[in-house]
Design a protein around this ligand. Structure first.
Ligand code: PBG
Length: 334
């Protein structure tokens, strides 16, 4: 029955009615907070392009984790800034490396907070690329091509080291073919069959990672990541990437970045309804909002609520966001 019998505004007249018909809710427990950890003590080094985000020494990361847990945030995702970068990124699988140390410290202080760790080479090796490099000439690949199969054992070794330190979730982020299977096999044979893998299944080759690369000091020294990360033009291939990860045993899927890829989030949720889906609200998305808010051009709180809601409405079950702590604070204020 059309207008005037039907009047869609009827459900919007009062705040109580609007609340009654609200389809999407977002809570602090939907959020995962990234943390950048580095060596040293009492350090909170601001990241220029991400106001409010810091590189933290472990003692400070523990304090941050305690605060996040008290605010109801579900998990933290750790990124490390190593002391020494070498070809293999060995600090990442060294039990005394920055991330294993941080995992142990956070789990000891806040055992119920889930700790996820990013499994990639780019923050830890000297090239800033996501794997070992092919440096020989006379190949049909580009010089400095990221080697695929040779990189897999390093990823598996890193995941095992992080599991041994106490990580709850392993998150391979390099878009290396077979990375989920390599992690699964490695974890299973090391006695960690119970630990889930959160795969960065659909990670686009995006310019929105710029501020992160400052934060994690992991920018590629040369070239780009187009030979492994997905072309932003490709939605069908994104579905196929996720399908492959599900077959390899991924427990959770991720789409990254989120804002320019809400269609991909929606497609993956429709296709893999039973697989928890994570959206990564990346550094560039955070930086845009912060910059506009600092200029007084946007209402930060309102815009962040709308952005996070949009990601959930599109189909994300969980969101990794640098706004996690802000969000939790705003929820408690209201
Ligand atoms: C790679 C990694 C990156 C991000 C998370 N893991 C950077 C990249 O691929 O260049 C980016 C996250 C962000 O921009 O917030 N280890």
């Amino acid at each position: 029955m059309p207008f005037p019998t039907t009047r869609l505004r009827r459900l919007r007249h009062t705040p109580a009615l609007r609340a009654l018909v609200r389809e999407t809710e977002i809570a602090p427990s939907d959020l995962i907070a990234p943390l950048f950890v580095r060596h040293g003590h009492s350090l909170r080094i601001p990241i220029q392009s991400m106001p409010g985000v810091f590189q933290l020494s472990i003692d400070q990361a523990v304090l941050a984790a305690q605060g996040l847990f008290q605010a109801g945030i579900s998990a933290v995702l750790l990124f490390g800034i190593p002391q020494i970068k070498d070809e293999m990124g060995s600090e990442n699988f060294d039990p005394q490396g920055i991330v294993p140390q941080a995992i142990r410290a956070i789990k000891a202080a806040v055992p119920q907070l889930l700790v996820a760790s990013d499994i990639c080479l780019c923050e830890y090796n000297d090239s800033g690329h996501c794997g070992l490099l092919n440096t020989t000439e006379h190949t049909h690949f580009a010089q400095h091509y990221v080697l695929n199969d040779e990189t897999l054992p390093i990823l598996a070794k890193t995941a095992i080291a992080h599991a041994q330190a106490g990580a709850d979730l392993l998150a391979p982020s390099g878009m290396i073919d077979g990375m989920v299977q390599a992690l699964r096999d490695g974890l299973d044979s090391a006695g960690f069959a119970h630990l889930p893998i959160l795969s960065y299944s659909v990670k686009f080759s995006s310019s929105f990672y710029g501020p992160f690369r400052e934060a994690a000091e992991g920018a590629p020294r040369f070239g780009d990541r187009k030979t492994h990360q997905l072309d932003p033009a490709n939605g069908n291939l994104a579905v196929r990437e996720a399908e492959e990860d599900v077959l390899e045993g991924a427990d959770l899927l991720m789409v990254k970045p989120a804002l320019a890829y809400l269609d991909v989030i929606q497609r993956l949720k429709a296709r893999f309804a039973g697989v928890p889906l994570v959206a990564y609200n990346v550094s560039g998305e955070y930086a845009m909002v912060k910059a506009a808010a600092q200029n007084g051009w946007l209402d930060e709180k309102a815009v962040v609520m709308e952005i996070l809601l949009g990601m959930k409405r599109a189909g994300a079950d969980l969101i990794i966001s640098y706004h996690a702590a802000d969000f939790a604070r705003w929820m408690h204020e209201k």
